[in-house]
Design a protein around this ligand. Sequence first.
Ligand code: AMP
Ligand code: GLY
Length: 429
Amino acid sequence: MNVLILGSGGREHAMAWKISQSSLLSNLYIAPGNAGTAHVGVNVDVAVDDFKAIRKLVLEKKIQLVVVGPEGPLVQGIADFFAADKDLKNVGLIGPDARAAQLEGSKDFAKQFMMKHGVPTAKYATFTKNTLKEGKAFLATLKPPFVLKADGLAAGKGVLIVNELKAAEEALATLLNGQFGTASEKVVIEEFLKGIEMSVFILTDGDSYKILPEAKDYKRIGEGDTGLNTGGMGAVSPVPFVTPEFLDKIETQVIIPTMKGLKAEGIKYRGFIFFGLIKVGNEPYVIEYNCRMGDPETEVVIPRIKSDFLNLLEGAATGTLSEQHVETDPRSAVTVMLVSKGYPESSDKGKEIKGLELVKDAVAFHAGTKFTREKVVSNGGRVIAVTAYGNDMDDALDKAYRNANVIEFSGKNLRKDIGFDLKKYLEKA
Ligand code: AMP
Ligand code: GLY
């Protein structure tokens, strides 16, 4: 099979790494890819949202399966573009159509969907410029802290958590006045949930689904979960507090109602659903849906899938996923993200990355890297995700940190406390 992966991050490198091991694979292309994906496939300089150029590439290289990494092209309708084109409509595409991608692309759509289909989530209401007064009144009915969310995609910056009522009212007005352009024309205000977060992922063909290994990521830049939000500074899988009983609850209370809801809405969903969850007491609540895999969660989830990943993807694309089985690796996997100086506010680029050849007992998934004159240089905020396996989380962390230390580039930063909040669950186990 000829496969094209769209994207250029650690998620796409992890997918390419795994797909390249499949006996079903003929040729693997990644657009645009990075210096890491170039080792396991062929990079093509095409942007993920240039549908015309993607069309040309798919036809030229006789691609049979396209895996869409990031949400952007899905929200922009790449699946609809393929379905409407007589030459592309039989090409398998992993990712939902634009309407279903609204589960990620519009917080208001996602909340309405959850309420309608009985998926547990925080109480909420949605406001626009015309209902600012009502929005302020709604805020006054809630207890602090106040959670305000821009409805649309805002590059991970659209969620504000504010302690004071006055500040929350001001934040609401600022959002509705175009802080994130059209993305904040609507604002979702919701009840604050107190608990511990984790994520579950499924792959679905629209009828059946497979639950993939769960993960927890570390979003804040600073140790102890402090400072600004990032794309993610590390991740672990499995998540020590997630027992088989809790996973059953997630399946019954979250996954099944979501699948039923999609069917009831007439949505044929082919692709990944990422459930961002929070455990409150012993109950799972959905904080957010994403219509794609997480990054850096993929860098620990995929290494724990023992089955042929391409076979699973083909099952999802052709509606035969029920015939497949997902075998998981019982070992722990952790990933530690090496980031550039200044990240997440800015990022140094073009710094030479040294020591990659010294990595042992770990995999260095490239996130923001490229080749310049035979050298691998940094090319973004998140640079390399170092993933290692271990018999338990601590063992995996030891190996990941040992390898994180042998990779060098000027201004390298990393969190030294990935998994810190989970150690107490390991001691209990
Ligand atoms: P989101 O983009 O919706 O995942 O929100 C980003 C982050 O904000 C989440 O990962 C949570 O840490 C936090 N968050 C969002 N909604 C809530 C909520 N209702 N209660 C508590 N924390 C929240
Ligand atoms: N790591 C969070 C995300 O991919 O959205």
